[in-house]
Write a protein that binds this ligand. Structure first.
Ligand code: AMP
Length: 716
């Protein structure tokens, strides 16, 4: 039985599994060889490299050895015995006088199979073509290829093995032991460096690799410890936080005295306010609403002065219910349409919260309130709203992408109390350690649904890592989709939820909505016609789907001598700000905009919204329409619907119905046709999916042989 047969089964799988050991080989003095006297010891034949070694792995200690059974040719015995059996008897071809110390190359185990080949074929081929003898010792992770023979044969074999292993992207560790080129003393070999190759496409199968212990043991991850460490790290991170106060509410007597029936009646009459406690387990008392400013802010004279100054008569429904919750220190989710007064709903309690902190403002070391909001326009608008009120001289700044970064940094450095920011720019300042977020105790996630739509979740997550976890958090959103629910679960603690109206999408009912079914090519004449009929006090926001259309339409209108502005993401920030300013102060009464302006844009006197292009989704329709009919006014919306928008028809109908608007017959027909088309398409697809050979649904043109000649017809 050959050596190969001893050590491999038919598939070259190493039968003798090496024991665990990291060092591939243990080198020992070959005492037997000394006794045989065939070694090059002694003064004249002294081995200048020191004592020869037995190039064999010690099996008891682990590792395994693979060696070719082929011998060399006739000639002078070689002192570098290749195994116990034939050490000293081997000769190496014609190079009689040249029997060099063995050369060792270290390769990773995954490469060993390549050198051996199936059933040892490759190693035999190598030996035949080079005249060298090759022995392989496999360890746990690496193997050693030991090459015996004349230096020429060794060199040739070494090169061939390197080529074999280094093939393609292979990296390779080339080590020499026994020192072909010098070095002395026992074990006087040297490694000439390199690194261990990493390759997964070994010629060895999984079983072989496993048998050869070529694959390192799977590292199991101790998640419990990781979690524990994370908690410990968190504890450590927030260890030295200064104290914080959240409760600032004293319920007025007139509020306490309200009966449950009175409260429920009041909520119903005020846009059907609904309040819920989202805390799991035992529910808390939900504060009664404050029906007047005095009921909410009596102890805060400066707030009351501000309200008197702006001239508001009474709190909006969301404010009435949100203020007692927020002043009580609870986290809050406010689901409210734009224009309902939600900005003031979170700003005023924020002022009181900051002022009531035990750490004096001068020692805070950073802002106390952060409002995260999706767009620059919204950020600027919140800042404007914020600046309307003066409270304790608080300073606010706006941080948004596209704005003057250096200027924003300087403002932060100058010391601010309130930061109103878009997530991207704030995250940029945070990563560059240009802003301290640890001082923030009052956080607002404004228009959370929009922030998620715009893909800001990663930035929000990073920002919140640096804000103390025991802060007070308020989140506003116009809608309540799954993403927003998930966000609220992660970042709010036992919040209360206040929503105005139903949680279904509902366009404001102060807006008269007209839907016109038109052809794409008619759209321009409709909009021109509309503009021709505008009254001097009218102000229209025209929504288009693409930036290009915004430019195109606004220049068409300009060419007609109309004063018009456009607003879209490709315009410079200063141009965007100017466009908005012109529209706000009525220098222009026509603004052509993309959905950049669909949310949050607060221009009180927009009389009309004109949907030139139908929005991407029905939520956006609701937001667009909400740009008019604000702050107690009425408004009108005109929406052009083309056949391309037919899939939206069935979603638009309930919105119109709920707001008590007329639903055009054509829109209903469009919705029906689309539903029909959809079900036919589904049937068609399921027919195809069944692989039903020759069925009538099998061909688009409806001409399938052997089945019904009816193909699915386009419904529109
Ligand atoms: P918002 O929903 O925050 O975009 O608010 C829309 C507009 O309503 C803003 O211009 C506010 O100044 C205004 N507003 C806020 N609260 C009231 C209120 N109680 N009465 C009348 N207007 C208000």
């Amino acid at each position: 039985m050959s050596d190969w047969e001893e050590e491999y089964n038919e598939d070259s799988v190493d039968i003798q599994k090496p024991a665990k050991k990291s060092a591939p080989t243990e080198w020992k003095l070959p005492h037997d060889d000394r006794r045989r006297g065939n070694v090059c010891f002694g003064v004249r034949n002294e081995n200048r490299f020191g004592a020869p070694r037995e190039w064999r792995a010690d099996r008891s200690a682990g590792g395994s050895e693979y060696r070719s059974r082929r011998g060399g040719g006739e000639g002078r015995p070689c002192p570098w015995g290749t195994d116990r059996g034939d050490a000293g008897r081997r000769t190496y071809g014609d190079e009689k006088s040249d029997c060099s110390p063995p050369v060792t190359i270290t390769v990773e185990n995954a490469s060993v199979g390549r050198i051996i080949g199936r059933g040892g074929a490759k190693i035999r081929e190598l030996e035949e073509s080079t005249g060298a003898r090759i022995k392989i010792n496999k360890g746990d992770y690496e193997g050693e290829v030991v090459i015996f023979g004349s230096s020429a044969a060794q060199q040739k074999a070494k090169e061939m093995i390197e080529d074999l292993v280094a093939d393609g992207s292979y990296r390779f560790r080339n080590g020499m032991k026994g020192g072909q080129h010098g070095g002395g003393g026992v074990g006087g070999g040297y490694r000439n460096g390199g690194d261990v190759g990493v390759r997964s496409d070994s010629v060895w199968g999984a079983a072989e690799l496993q048998a050869g212990n070529a694959v390192p043991a799977r590292i199991s991850i101790d998640w419990n410890t990781i979690r524990e460490n994370k908690d410990k790290y968190e504890e450590l991170k927030w260890k030295d936080l200064p104290p914080m106060k959240k409760k600032f509410y004293t319920e007025a007597e007139s509020v306490s005295m309200l009966t449950a029936e009175e409260v429920s009646e009041w909520r119903k009459e005020n846009n059907n306010i609904f309040v819920d406690d989202l805390k799991e387990g035992e529910k808390r008392h939900i504060p009664n609403p404050c029906r007047t400013f005095m009921e909410a802010f009596e102890p805060y004279a400066e707030i009351m002065e501000n309200i008197e100054q702006v001239g508001f008569v009474k709190p909006t429904p969301i404010q009435s219910q949100a203020w007692p919750v927020m002043l009580s220190g609870e986290d809050l989710i406010a689901i409210a349409q734009t224009g309902t007064g939600k900005t003031l709903a979170y700003l005023l309690p924020g002022f009181i919260h900051m002022d009531g902190q035990p750490v004096p403002r001068a020692e805070r070391g950073g802002p106390g309130m952060l409002v995260l909001t999706p767009t620059r326009e919204l950020a600027l608008q919140i800042e404007t709203e914020c600046k309307k009120y003066r409270y304790k001289g608080y300073k606010s700044i706006c941080i948004y992408g596209g704005g003057d970064r250096r200027g924003q940094i300087n403002l932060v450095k100058g010391g601010v109390d309130i930061v109103i920011a878009t997530p991207g720019r704030l995250n940029d300042l945070q990563m560059n350690e240009l802003i301290n977020l640890r001082s923030i105790t009052y956080l607002v996630l404004d228009e959370a649904d929009r922030m998620l739509d715009m893909g800001f979740e990663p930035q929000i997550m990073k920002i919140l890592l640096d804000i103390r976890p025991d802060r007070q958090t308020v989140m506003t959103s116009a809608t309540w989709p799954t993403g927003v629910r998930r966000l609220s679960k992660s970042y709010l603690k036992n919040p209360m939820m206040v929503y105005v109206g139903t949680l279904d999408l509902a366009a404001v009912n102060t807006v008269q909505q007209t839907v016109l079914i038109v052809h794409e090519e008619e759209k321009k004449s409709y909009v021109f016609d509309f503009i021709r009929n505008m009254q001097p006090q009218d102000k229209v926001l025209i929504f288009v789907g693409k930036k290009l259309v915004a430019d195109d339409l606004s220049s068409d209108l300009c060419l007609q001598g109309l004063a018009v502005q456009s607003l879209h993401g490709d315009r410079e920030q200063c141009d965007r700000e100017e466009a908005l300013k012109d529209f706000k102060n009525s220098r222009v009464r026509i603004l052509v905009a993309t959905d950049l302006a669909s949310r949050g844009l607060d221009v009180h006197d927009i009389t009309h919204v004109f949907n030139y292009d139908f929005p991407r989704n029905i939520e956006e329709y609701v937001h667009r329409v909400g740009r008019t009919g604000r702050a107690g006014r009425t408004g009108a919306a005109v929406t052009l619907v083309t056949r391309e928008n037919w899939r939206m028809a069935s979603e638009l109908i309930p919105i119109l119905e709920r707001a008590g608007q007329e639903v055009p017959e054509e829109l209903v027909l469009m919705a029906e046709r689309y539903e029909k088309h959809k079900s036919e398409k589904e049937m068609y697809n399921s027919g195809r999916g069944g692989g039903g050979g020759g069925g009538g649904w099998g061909r688009r043109d409806g001409g399938g042989r052997g089945g019904s000649a009816r193909g699915p017809k386009c419904g529109f």
